[in-house]
Design a binder for this molecule. Structure first.
Ligand code: ADP
Ligand code: SF4
Length: 693
């Protein structure tokens, strides 16, 4: 069944006193659920066990109350009360023979302690380093604190053992873990035996490892997670120093877990980073130690994975996002079903669940974090209901996912698409600079649908209400998408802004259709971004590459503001600056005249004319729901036409990112023919138990 090329990925490998059954290693990753949704997080890890991962880790687990990263929701192991939730997770991880790992995090200079109100402790007294520049500083750990902290690690290790874990990961990567704070000269400016030379900066980790080994090392394995390069200039823990450190401490952990830089560097989106982007930084480190090495790189290709092992670069293939997009990736490789792998597209929507403290979703895998809440399995659908036929109108991400999932459930599905290709917005957006990998949303579904005899696809089929009433399908799903507005309505303008029709103006749809002058040399184009996700920045990139002098005007304080949640805002700013785009922040547009736009400061209302030859309007989108509205008008005719339900989904219901559309399509497929839950909450949730009065 399995291609012999991939056998190497299934060779067992020892980690300390334990043996992992294969080389698929789910590195720690957040999910936005954490301590608030422990059963949801546990079930998600359990699915990965079923999917064949050899090692599965928790997200970061705050190991002592004196260091926590509120508002972000991770796991907590502060006292014995926390053990049952973690036990549920380790049990789930081990159901199919994976090793269960817990990542212990002491956040040091990264923990503002908003919840516990404790004074943060770090190697040196410096301001807390978080995404939000919190006005809090850390006190430098004194010798007593260091002794205490060592004991707290031992306590957490003992609790981890009781909670059923096999491995402990000591977090020292991404600027988030205390081990890095000690190792880096940027955050460790001590003059005692814990600071100065690399040997001194290594001391704390050595002590903690020795302490934990004494306490639980007979049965548990210890891994050390460090960044391959801190990427903060000369004071940072550089790649050269990481190599020196590994050589100097070759046998310290049972495995080296090599992450990269800050989280932004490690989880680089596909727009800015290729698969295996860290290869040069990680190459050769394995030879410095006898211990196995795991590394990451948004690995979705088994060929690249096998090469990493064969060439001796890595011992384990570390995956976070690829394991989210397809928890069954190892099993699919094992069963010779490579073409069924649902590849991560590198959009980082999963990360936004953590950044917004909500719960994560995945563009490719709509069941992510719904395994327990809704009982959704990534590979299996609920049994088919009593009806048989469904017409899905529109082959964007919503329509494609609905079709795929309905077909899997056993319905006879007709997919009607007005155009000549599948994919809707994704078919267009995948052609934009940096977004090619997003096309996997279409490719995966297109292939899956092609394998089903119960799906018929019709192109060039712009359906009308009369067509639908004539067909005789039992259920109609309207997934007809949305288009970009031309009139500027978004957040700054809630009604159309004054626009002189003499000014050339293009929406992103026009630009994607190529309906703009391809040679802009010597001309100025204003890109107005009141959308704030990626599209404004991408449009500026397209225009600059077409030779225009681009001025990006946005009412926000950041270019592509919301991409701070996808960890790419900084990279977008750098790219635009590199292309010579002039960036005007905190600036709206009051009106568009024939040859100028009138800019407006969002604070002072100060107005200034800005001469230009054209405007790209990135405002909001309007649902293309006319067909749905027409069908509602004809409700009286449904019964005669054999129609029992009509539903609008995805962008046609309300425009949102692509992940919202795949979720909507999937949900539709799951819930068809199911009893109406009425007013009940449509998912399970956990409610904190009341303590004694
Ligand atoms: P979503 O993100 O919700 O899936 P998209 O805009 O990506 O929405 O896709 C909608 C798709 O629906 C497009 O491919 C569009 O061509 C198609 N479509 C729109 N109106 C009709 C119609 N009346 N009949 C068939 N297909 C339609
Ligand atoms: Fe990959 Fe995007 Fe899914 Fe995250 S949300 S796992 S980046 S496809």
């Amino acid at each position: 069944m399995r291609d012999a090329r991939y056998d190497i990925l299934f060779e067992p490998r020892q980690i300390g006193p334990l043996t992992a059954k294969n080389r698929f290693y789910q590195v720690p990753h957040c999910n936005g659920g954490g301590y608030r949704d422990p059963s949801a997080a546990a079930a998600m890890r359990g699915i990965k066990s079923e999917g064949g991962w050899g090692v599965i880790f928790t997200e970061q687990t705050e190991m002592h109350h004196s260091s926590e990263i509120t508002p972000f929701i991770e796991l907590r192991l502060w006292e014995d009360q926390d053990i049952p939730a973690l036990r549920r997770m380790s049990d789930a991880m081990k159901t199919h023979g994976a090793l269960a790992g817990i990542q212990l995090a002491y956040s040091g200079i990264n923990g503002p302690n908003f919840y516990t109100k404790e004074v943060p402790l770090a190697p040196s007294a410096l301001p807390i380093r978080t995404f939000t520049n919190d006005p809090v500083q850390a006190r430098a750990l004194d010798k007593t604190d260091i002794r205490n902290l060592r004991r707290w690690f031992v306590n957490a290790a003992k609790r981890s053992k009781i909670a059923g874990f096999d491995l402990i990961c000591l977090y020292g990567a991404h600027g988030f873990g205390i081990f890095q704070h000690f190792l880096s000269r940027a955050t460790n400016q001590r003059t005692d035996e814990y600071g100065g030379s690399l040997e001194n900066r290594s001391r704390f980790a050595q002590e903690v490892v020795a302490d934990i080994r004494d306490a639980v090392g007979d049965t548990m394995a210890l891994t050390m997670r460090v960044s391959l390069d801190e990427t903060i200039g000369t004071l940072g823990f550089s790649n050269a120093e990481v190599r020196e450190y590994v050589a100097m401490n070759a046998d310290l952990p049972d495995l080296w877990d090599l992450a990269h830089g800050a989280w932004e560097d490690c989880s680089g989106p596909s727009r800015f980073k290729e698969e295996a982007a860290q290869e040069v930084l990680v190459k050769g480190i394995r030879e410095l130690s006898s211990r196995p090495v795991v590394g990451v790189g948004r690995f979705t290709s088994p060929d690249v994975m096998a090469r990493m092992i064969r060439q001796g670069i890595l011992d384990f293939i570390g995956c976070a996002r690829p394991s989210i997009a397809d928890p069954f990736l190892p099993r699919k490789v094992e069963e010779g079903r490579i073409e069924d792998i649902r590849e991560c597209i590198g959009c980082n929507i999963c990360i936004t669940g953590d950044m917004t403290m909500s719960i994560s979703r995945c563009t490719q895998n709509p069941t992510f974090m719904e395994e327990w809440r809704k009982g959704w399995h990534p590979e299996r659908m609920n049994p088919k209901g009593e009806s048989t036929t469904v017409l899905v109108v529109g082959a964007g991400p919503a329509g494609l996912e609905a079709t795929r999932a309905l077909a899997l459930r056993g319905y006879d599905v007709a997919l009607a698409e007005a155009g000549t290709v599948l994919g809707g917005r994704v078919a267009r957006e995948r052609l934009l600079p940096g977004l090619a990998a997003w096309g996997r949303v279409v490719d995966y579904r297109q292939y899956q649908i092609s394998q089903r005899s119960n799906v018929e696809t019709y192109f060039d089929s712009r359906l009308t209400v009369d067509d639908i009433l004539a067909f005789g399908f039992q259920h109609i799903a309207i997934a007809t998408g949305a288009h970009w507005r031309r009139d500027g309505v978004a957040r700054q303008h809630v009604v159309p802004m004054p626009i002189d029709p003499a000014m050339p103006l293009w929406t992103p749809d026009d630009v994607m259709a190529g309906a703009f002058p391809q040679d802009f040399r010597g001309r100025t184009v204003v890109v107005y971004d009141d959308d704030h996700y990626y599209m404004g920045g991408v449009m500026a990139e397209v225009m600059a590459k077409a030779g225009a002098k681009v001025v990006l005007v946005t009412p926000s304080a950041y270019v592509s503001d919301w991409t701070r949640n996808t960890l790419e805002q900084g990279a977008i700013h750098v790219r635009l600056a590199g292309l010579g785009v002039e960036i005007r922040l905190n600036t709206g547009i009051a009106a568009i005249a024939a040859d100028t736009v009138e800019t407006r400061c969002v604070y002072t209302d100060g107005r200034r004319p800005l001469a230009c030859d054209g405007v790209v309007m990135v405002a909001s989108r309007i649902s293309d729901d006319l067909l749905f509205q027409d069908l509602l008008q004809r409700r009286a005719d449904w019964a005669d036409a054999g129609i029992s339900s009509v539903k609008v989904l995805g962008d046609a219901a309300a425009p949102a990112p692509i992940a919202w559309a795949t979720y909507a399509g999937h949900r539709y497929a799951r819930e068809l023919d199911m009893p109406d839950p009425g007013d009940a909450l449509p998912f399970r949730r956990e409610v904190t138990a009341l303590g004694p009065l």
